[in-house]
Every structure is written in C-alpha cells, then in structure tokens.
Ligand binder design. Structure first.
Ligand SMILES: C[S@@+](CC[C@H](N)C(=O)[O-])C[C@H]1O[C@@H](n2cnc3c(N)ncnc32)[C@H](O)[C@@H]1O
Length: 266
C-alpha cells in the first residue's frame, strides 16, 4: 500500500514538540486515564502513528498494540521504542495494517481499551473503521476517539479576519489541517449516534486544545508549556462553554453494558 503519511512525518513530529502538541498529549492522556482500567490491561491504538499517545501508557504498565498503516510512522515508533527500557519495549507490539482491517490484523483479539486518535478526520467514509473499532473492544471496554470538531471550524478564519470564509465555515464539515491535508469534522452528537449503532454508548466527552490552539491563528505568545498553562487547558477541556470550541474533541465510549468510567462530564 502507498505510504501517504511518509512525507508528513517530519512536520507531525514538529507539531508534537510545539506547545499545542504538549497540550494535546496532556489533555488526551489525563482524560483517558479516568476511564481506563488500571494497568496492566490490553489496549490497542489504531492509527497510533509513532506511538506518542501509546508510549506514556506503556511506561505505566499497559500492554499496547499499535495498528498503523504507514511504514514510516512505524519505523519512527520503533526508533522511539528503542530508547525505552526493555520492560516498556516488551509491552508494545507494532502491527502494520489499516484500521479498517485491524480486527483480522490482530487475529480477532478484544481489548479493554481501543484508542483511535486524530485518524477519523482523514477518512472520507468512516463507517467501516468505526465498526472495526467497536468490534475490537471487549464487553465493557473503552473506545477513545479524538476527532476534528465541526463546531469550531469557524475559529481559524474568524481569528485571522478572513470573514467571508468564516461565515461559510459555520455549516462546513471539512477544512485543511495544519499538515495541509483535507480533513472531515464531526459533532459529538453525530459521532455518538454512529457509535450507538455499533453498541458503543457515549460515556463522556472533552475538548482538546482551546486557548493555545487558537494562538496559532494570530499572535502566538512565546511561552513554554508549563504546569499553569496545562492546568488551564485541562480545566477548559472538561467544562462548557470552552470544551465546545476545542479544535478537536475527545469522546469516550463504552462497549455493551459495562462501564468503567470514574468521572463523567455529560
Ligand atoms: C495525525 S496522525 C495521528 C497519530 C496518533 N494517533 C497520534 O495521535 O499521535 C494520523 C495517523 O493515522 C494513520 N492512518 C491514516 N489512515 C488510516 C487508516 N485507514 N487506518 C488507520 N490509521 C490510519 C496515519 O498513518 C497516521 O499515522
């Protein structure tokens, strides 16, 4: 299969080094951990890229399978893993496959947690991928999705003063991401409906990236991602009205009847 992510890998790594990248990792990791069972548990990260989201969990004792179609991203995941202690390396398995084929790629295994972060926006019709994600979760397992937020598409053009573009963005469902790739955007309600059709009910949702994400549209203050900044973003990710205008949102679903959630903002 052609590796469409290979030319984007450098810029993707740069993003993770930025303030926005640090905020994203902090928010997703903190909010997800409120819902996961304690380690050790088996997790799968579909479209896990170079393992930026999976590695902190593996360090804390989770066993993680990264399913990823890009050979280049998997190579970079191997490089990052090589710098980890042996016991962390042993907890991570790399599998090359599309998310749509993940169930057969992991030979029908089921997981306590299924992550798919910042992938659905690149998939024109996400229905097959969503079915695979639901199927990968065991009964009571967590499905953790991070997607582009349709409700916030108006923010970048409006903050940049591109008013006619901003006006049309209220009803748009697509834009171009920071890597220059065309992306789809979703709403919490619609994603929740699609998951419900697959026996996954929405348990909680959070915003991802509010204050710092919108700096990049005008004057980015030169600051480090210190504890105060991370705390403010984390609080905003959990509260209305802020979470509604995050650049992305993070939805936590639960497969079947079980529920492991410990803190559930509605
Ligand atoms: C923006 S990166 C996100 C990586 C990782 N989830 C993270 O948050 O750091 C998008 C990833 O989705 C992967 N991807 C693209 N199409 C996919 C598909 N059909 N199934 C699974 N992953 C896919 C790309 O190869 C890339 O690694």
């Amino acid at each position: 299969m052609p590796d469409t992510w290979a030319p984007l890998a450098d810029r993707f790594f740069e993003y993770y080094e930025s303030v926005q990248g640090h905020v994203r990792t902090h928010l997703i990791d903190h909010n997800l951990r409120n819902h996961l069972p304690p380690p050790p548990a088996d997790l799968v990260d579909v479209g896990g890229g170079a393992g930026h989201q999976a590695l902190p969990l593996a360090r804390d004792g989770y066993r993680i399978t990264i399913v990823e179609p890009s050979e280049e991203m998997l190579r970079r995941a191997s490089d990052l893993l090589a710098a980890e202690p042996t016991e962390v390396r042993k907890r991570v398995t790399l599998v090359r496959a599309d998310g749509e084929n993940a169930v057969s790629a992991v030979e029908g295994r089921r997981f306590a947690g299924v992550m798919c972060h910042a992938v659905l926006q690149y998939i024109e019709d996400p229905s097959v991928l969503l079915s695979a994600l639901a199927e990968l979760a065991e009964d009571g397992g967590i499905v953790s999705l991070v997607v582009k937020n349709q409700s916030a598409l108006v923010m970048p053009p409006a903050l940049a003063g591109r008013w006619s573009e901003a006006l049309s963005a209220f009803d748009r469902t697509q834009n171009t991401c920071g890597l220059g790739v065309a992306t789809r955007a979703d709403t919490v309600e619609e994603l929740g409906r699609w998951l419900a059709q697959r026996e996954v009910r929405t348990s909680a949702w959070y915003g991802v990236g509010f204050f710092t994400d919108w700096w990049s549209s005008f004057n980015a203050p030169a600051v480090e991602p210190g504890e105060d900044l991370l705390s403010v973003e984390l609080e905003a990710s959990r509260r209305d009205p802020y979470r509604q205008l995050g650049r992305m949102f993070h939805l936590i679903g639960v497969r079947g009847d079980g529920d492991r959630a410990t803190s559930i903002p509605s």
